[in-house]
Ligand binder design. Structure first.
Ligand code: ZN
Length: 249
């Protein structure tokens, strides 16, 4: 039997044992958001869910359910709200198509509401007894989380970590969850959840760049690249978390 690591599946005794062994909470920062015609709408949460399950099995800790709301850039146009990749003003340079509400997105909350919700979740995580929090996923949610590590430590006593790797040149090839439904995210999904990816939904016409994706062409994604990303992050994050656990005692 594989080890149970999902918070919602634990009975109290399993929770007590796992918490005592490693007081790490993992929070997948999801959305229900357009990720191209080929990826599921929960792509942002599925990637950290997979990584966090692997990390919890290796290092210990407990994986929270996926959040499905998050902040994002928004413009109002002709009485409608457009988010993230919907609108030209919000897209990276060079990605052009008519502004439109991309199908399926149902996640966006204001920065203010997200901040209140996030603080309330962290309060509960700390109250339950966790000392370390790892959260990763949807870009704007992750940026908010990682901009306030001092505050989370001061107010909730939590040592916080994300899985981004920044260098002077920007993201590395094996960074976790970069771009939007491009090569990085598509490859990770192909490796972690092959049954949820439908590459045949993307046009075979080379000049038809996949709609609502960025910055590179998802059709260049491979499961091998995705597995390399996942393996690299498991190694990297387990070293970071092992050190953080040792520093607690
Ligand atoms: Zn994404």
């Amino acid at each position: 039997m594989t080890e149970k690591v999902l918070y919602a599946e634990l009975i109290p005794q399993e929770f007590r044992e796992r918490l005592a062994a490693a007081p790490i909470a993992y929070l997948p920062l999801g959305t229900i958001e357009w990720h191209g015609e080929h990826l599921p709408l929960g792509t942002d949460g599925f990637q950290p869910l997979h990584l966090f399950q692997k990390l919890a099995e290796k290092v210990g800790g407990i994986v929270l359910p996926m959040l499905f709301v998050g902040p994002d850039r928004m413009v109002e146009e002709e009485g409608r709200e457009l988010y993230g990749m919907d609108a030209g003003q919000l897209r990276p340079p060079g990605i052009q198509y008519p502004n439109q509400q991309l199908a399926g997105s149902a996640y966006r909350v204001s920065d203010d509401l997200f901040g209140q919700l996030f603080r309330a979740i962290l309060k509960q995580i700390a109250r339950a007894g966790f000392k370390i929090l790892v959260a990763h996923g949807h870009g704007p949610s992750g940026r908010y989380f990682s901009s306030k590590f001092d505050e989370w430590k001061r107010d909730f006593g939590l040592d916080c970590f994300h899985c981004w790797e920044w260098t002077e040149e920007g993201d590395t090839l094996l960074s976790f969850q970069t771009g939007h439904a491009g090569v990085n995210e598509t490859s990770t999904m192909m490796a972690a959840y092959p049954h949820l990816v439908q590459m045949n939904r993307l046009s075979a016409e080379p000049n038809e760049f996949p709609l609502g994706t960025s910055p590179d062409d998802a059709r260049d994604a491979t499961p091998e690249h995705g597995q390399a990303i996942i393996n690299h992050q498991i190694e990297r994050m387990s070293a970071i978390l092992t050190k953080a656990l040792a520093a607690l005692s």
